[in-house]
Design a protein around this ligand. Structure first.
Ligand SMILES: [Zn+2]
Length: 455
């Protein structure tokens, strides 16, 4: 048995300690040098970003310091769409060795190009994330992220190989086969979306495989959709692991932009030697104070094929720079609270699905899958939170009415918003077999979007 390093001890090896634990002044010096190189490269490529830089009065990298970052022009997903597929390349087309991307909302694809150097960088970032979860050479990584255009599967795959771990490229779906592989290969690390981890955890429990009964998993690296502390508690309990968050998006590099350490499991270390991070007021576009939620904005200072200056992600999170017991000096971001465009406006109140998740999963009698239904049938917008009961009900468990009453009260107290709660039959909330969970559906008429929803 290969040595595992899961004892929550702060001497856990980092994959690149020379970068991950760099003293602040040295990190700043590295960042400014790389930012200037990026600006020179963008100017030389003479594309959209060069035009924007010149319009902002920047004629050379030497013109800027780190403090000037908030004055530099931004980029956004619209720029990728407008220049689809290869219009923003900063290298000749034949230096592109892979493309990734997302199917995007409404089926509109985003395509991002990678050079050999970009793939190597991405692999190292994912190796950092796996090492931060306690993995090392020989650790078995059960990788249930989807393989394909989506960056989750291949990102973790390449990272595991770079680390010298043993990757099981099972991809998403075919849950029964995944249960068998976990039972047979005894992986220590599970990587997938948090919603699929719930699905898989339920299937493992149904197959009688639990922590008390030989389940080998010790940590999970879960990303590609926002999830809460309450979801962490559920995942830890269901799988007997330490659930860790990983963040990334194909426009920046893919997973591995930031990840949590198992030592603290309290915020994601941003690999800011490669990705300069800002949190901006979603409306003002100005940097917000540390600890205040803002729109994550990244500058990819070392990417080759598709470097982006101040890419506005639409993801909302807060940054903090207090020291972490793991010894990494990299700034930490909070869990993503939601996407700027996922914000629901219900009777004039702004609310993110994650805020509702926090309240729902705070109720122990409720199962971790849920669906929010925006009820537009009457011409207005009301919100119905559909939940299932947990299995293992006993005689002194609360009744459906008691659960509903308690949750409606807590939602009103926490969010200042009246949310109807519906307890639906077990299995009625859609489960994720592949990719990301659907947490919100609109209901403008006809059959209810959840079977058994009776309001
Ligand atoms: Zn840490």
């Amino acid at each position: 048995m290969l040595a595992m390093r899961f004892d929550n001890d702060s001497s856990l090896p980092m994959f690149e300690p020379e970068a991950e634990a760099l003293p602040a002044e040295e990190l700043s010096a590295l960042q400014i040098r790389r930012l200037r190189e990026l600006i020179d490269k963008l100017l030389a490529a003479n594309g959209l970003q060069a035009t924007r830089l010149r319009d902002a009065g920047v004629a050379a990298g030497a013109d800027v310091g780190l403090d000037d970052l908030p004055r530099l022009p931004t980029t956004a997903k619209q720029d990728l769409w407008d220049n689809y597929p290869f219009g923003l390349l900063a290298v000749p087309r034949d230096q592109v060795v892979a493309v990734h991307g997302s199917s995007g909302t409404g089926g509109r694809p985003t395509i991002v190009a990678y050079s050999k150097g970009d793939i190597a960088l991405w692999s190292r970032m994912c190796a950092r994330a796996l090492a931060a979860a306690g993995a090392g050479p020989g650790t078995i990584v059960h990788n249930a992220y989807g393989y394909g255009l989506f960056t989750g599967g291949l990102g973790i795959h390449q990272g595991a190989i770079a680390l010298g771990a043993t990757v099981v490229p099972v991809s998403g779906g075919m849950t029964a086969r995944q249960v068998t592989l976990i039972a047979d290969l005894q992986p220590q690390i599970l990587t997938c979306t948090p919603s699929y981890a719930i699905r898989l955890g339920e299937a493992l429990a149904e197959a009688g495989l639990t922590k008390q009964n030989g389940l080998s998993l010790q940590a999970g690296v879960f990303g590609a959709e926002p999830w809460t502390q309450e979801m962490r508690s559920r995942l830890n309990e269901l799988l007997g692991i330490t659930a860790l968050d990983i963040y990334g998006l194909s426009e920046v590099i893919g997973p591995g932009v930031a990840s949590e350490c198992i030592v603290a499991a309290d915020g994601l270390h941003v690999n800011e030697d490669h990705f300069l991070v800002e949190a901006l007021g979603p409306v003002t576009g100005e940097p917000v104070p540390e600890g205040t939620p803002g729109e994550l904005t990244f500058t990819t200072v070392t990417k080759e094929a598709l470097p982006l200056l101040r890419y506005r992600t639409g993801d909302i999170a807060a940054l903090r720079s207090d020291p972490c017991p793991c010894g990494r000096t990299l700034v930490r971001m909070s869990k993503v609270m939601g996407r700027k465009d996922d914000m629901l406006v219900i009777r004039g109140v702004n609310v993110y699905p994650s805020e509702i998740e926090r309240v729902l999963l705070g109720e122990p009698a409720v199962a971790p899958d849920y669906l929010l239904v925006v009820d537009e049938r009457g011409g207005g917008r009301d919100l119905i939170a559909c939940c299932e009961r947990r299995t293992g009900r006993t005689a002194d468990s609360p009744s459906d009415d008691q659960i509903r009453g308690a949750l409606e009260h807590d939602l009103r107290e926490t969010l200042g918003l009246r949310v109807a709660v519906a307890i639906v039959p077990r299995g009625a909330v859609p489960r994720t077999e592949l990719g990301k969970a659907i947490r919100v559906r609109r209901w403008s008429g006809g059959e209810p979007p959840v079977p058994g929803l009776d309001v």
